[in-house]
Design a binder for this molecule. Structure first.
Ligand SMILES: *Cc1c(COP(=O)(O)O)cnc(C)c1O
Length: 384
């Protein structure tokens, strides 16, 4: 079988894990955690980086640190992995779900502006509240779909106008740039990353919070490591046990050493699909913009105008040829736990969900394997 996207564990992972085990530092304190944080900080152009147990816990800790609490709202895009919404729900808050733009499949800045201007209003105390629910709007959380940055300048401009902090869910976007700026410098107050097994680089499971701000790193580290004060069992706030272990970090360090190599391979795979399908009308590659470089976390095709049966036939052809071709994120507003959330839709996330086909793009994918995938896709699309 040709898998969709599997980790490439062929570097120093084994060596570092052995070192980690023989040193007995297998838990949440150890030199690999420090090295992992430093490599993540450098890779994202951040002032500080704090490693966490997952991308989801990074998002939750980030929102919690900004004071998101019961009854509040956080604006999120409809096209994302469920974890974005779950992080809001873990704060006992609820998302305001906003659809995505055509250019980047990220939070639509125009719709965001409309929601804040038309659906929300300041109360007598100057708190911005959603007019229907009465909940206070506390933050905006753009997502970098497929690893391509959202339109951050537009999103930051409107968020600043309303005094809202921005937490970027850049789970799969390590290595991406926006207008020449690296990940931590795109304007968000806090940026969360995931190092889950399906992402570009993995620590088995894990995450990180990075920022270009001077302050906040020590506070986030404190919050994610049980808020312990000194060496005694003294804790000053309700903290979380969201630390990354030295075992995870050992794998993560070996992976981050190969970040540039992985990014290059991912870009080549994306470019080859784009080139080889260029002559097929109505078959589009995943979004790319002149002002950004994405991580090309996932590659694939988008067929906005084809009959829906064709998508089923395409998946059958992939399966028949031993090629993994799953569907992509079902939009958050269609998910059972979030179906009653307030929203502003333009139909795009649903259209993308119905007509996107991710294609195999592991960094170890060979040219021959990619050509098999291309042949299988063409066997359906050539004879329309
Ligand atoms: C993977 C992912 C997450 C969650 O990260 P985990 O490490 O799996 O908790 C959150 N948001 C997006 C957009 C993701 O792709």
């Amino acid at each position: 079988m040709i898998p969709l996207c599997i980790p490439n564990i062929s570097g120093n992972e084994g060596k570092y894990l052995e070192e980690c085990v023989s040193s007995t530092f297998v838990s949440s304190v150890g030199p690999y955690v420090d090295r992992f944080e430093e490599l993540t900080r450098v890779a994202t152009g951040a002032t500080w980086a704090v490693a966490t147990s997952a991308g989801t816990t990074a998002l939750h800790a980030a929102l919690h640190s900004l004071g998101v609490g019961p009854g509040d709202h956080v604006v999120i895009p409809s096209l994302t992995f469920i974890a974005t919404a779950n992080a809001v729900a873990h704060c006992h808050a609820s998302p305001i779900i906003v659809d995505v733009d055509e250019e980047r499949w990220g939070l639509d800045a125009g719709l965001l502006t409309e929601v804040l201007a038309n659906d929300c209003a300041y109360d007598v105390n100057g708190v911005l509240r959603h007019s229907k629910t009465g909940g206070a709007v506390k933050a905006v959380m753009p997502v970098f779909a497929m690893g391509l940055p959202a339109d951050m300048d537009a999103i930051i401009a409107v968020s600043e106008k309303y005094g809202l902090p921005v937490v970027a869910d850049a789970a799969a976007a390590i290595g991406s740039t926006y207008k020449g700026r690296s990940l931590a410098r795109m304007g968000a107050d806090l940026t969360a990353l995931s190092f889950n097994g399906n992402k570009l680089v993995t620590s088995g499971g894990g995450g990180a919070i990075v920022s270009a701000k001077e302050d906040g790193g020590a506070q986030i580290k404190h919050l994610t490591s049980t808020a312990r004060v000194g060496a005694t069992y003294e804790h000053d706030v309700v903290g979380f046990n969201y630390r990354m272990t030295n075992v995870q970090a050992a794998v993560g360090v070996a992976q981050l050493e190969r970040l540039e190599e992985f990014l290059g391979k991912k870009a080549n795979i994306a470019d080859k699909y784009a080139d080889d399908f260029r002559d097929l009308t109505g078959v589009l590659p995943f979004p790319k913009t002149d002002d950004s470089t994405g991580s090309n976390w996932l590659s694939g095709i988008y067929l906005p105008d084809v009959p829906i049966e064709l998508m089923a036939r395409l998946r059958e052809a992939l399966a028949k040829n031993g090629i993994e071709g799953r569907t992509f994120w079902k939009p958050v507003h269609m998910q059972t736990p979030y179906q009653d959330c307030v929203r502003a839709m333009n139909g795009r996330s649903e259209a993308i969900w119905e007509r996107v086909q991710p294609l195999p793009c592991s960094t170890q994918l060979t040219v021959h394997e990619q050509e098999c995938v291309i042949d299988a896709v063409r066997s359906v699309l050539d004879q329309r």
